[in-house]
Ligand binder design. Structure first.
Ligand code: HEC
Length: 210
């Protein structure tokens, strides 16, 4: 029989394909075995998945908790939202500061009486200095202003440092009507700590009791 070069080429291809299929089957078999081994020891992974779901649920609540225009009194919001999960709806504080005379929101509950007319310091610490006694996240600032230093500490936070004045921040949650008002006041505080001059972009997380 005459074998044309075309025939033998075809055979070689067929041979290779067979080898390829066999080896794929082999790999498939191996990974099936290793998968079976994993599922039999899978409890930790299953736990992780559950933790992830919980995290996602918590993230959902986060978004719910802090919307612009929220009329919830700040004292209620700090009770309702788990520690660490208050987030300002005004992340672009610089834009808000341009559109809105935020200093008025700051003066309305009387913050200026202690911290100065524009927050630059009176007989209490300047809010322009980029030094944060309890941390500077949205969550910490919202709780500090609402609860005051003493109750903030009772709620689980620890002081990071003292300012020049060794006095506590009073509980101002009674004086600030809505959470939206307080987010605007916090946007004001951020706007007088512009990036670069003091480092408000440097996150100082709250410190919790052990
Ligand atoms: C009676 C005086 C007084 C009033 C009124 C007052 N504060 Fe304070 N504030 C303080 C004192 C004192 C501290 C330092 C607290 C500490 O070290 O625990 C402080 C601390 C702060 C801090 C933390 C500053 C830092 O560098 O960590 C912020 C933010 C703040 N106040 C915002 C406000 C806002 C907003 C208002 C108005 C709603 C307000 N304060 C009203 C006295 C006051």
């Amino acid at each position: 029989m005459n074998q044309s070069p075309k025939d033998s080429a075809l055979r070689i291809v067929a041979g290779f394909s067979a080898l390829l299929i066999l080896s794929l089957l082999g790999i498939g078999g191996l990974s099936w075995i290793s998968q079976a081994a994993e599922t039999s020891a899978e409890h930790p992974a299953a736990h992780e998945e559950k933790a992830e779901v919980k995290e996602k649920e918590a993230a959902g609540k986060e978004e719910e908790c802090c919307k612009a225009g929220d009329t919830t009194p700040p004292l209620d919001l700090v009770q309702r939202v788990p520690l660490g999960q208050l987030h300002s709806p005004y992340q672009d504080y610089a834009k808000l500061a341009k559109e809105h005379e935020l200093v008025k929101d700051f003066r309305l509950p009387g913050c200026n009486e202690c911290h100065g007319g524009t927050g630059g310091g009176g007989f209490c610490p300047a809010l322009t200095q980029g030094v944060w006694f309890w941390g500077n996240t949205d969550d910490v600032l919202f709780r500090l202003v609402t609860l005051g230093s003493a109750d903030l500490e009772k709620s689980g936070f620890e002081r990071i440092q003292y300012g020049t004045v060794h006095a506590g921040m009073p509980k101002m949650g009674f004086a600030v009507k809505t959470s939206d008002d307080l987010w605007k006041i916090i946007a004001f505080i951020r706007s007088i700590n512009p990036p670069g001059s003091n480092p408000p972009e440097k996150v100082v997380p709250g410190r919790m009791h052990q």
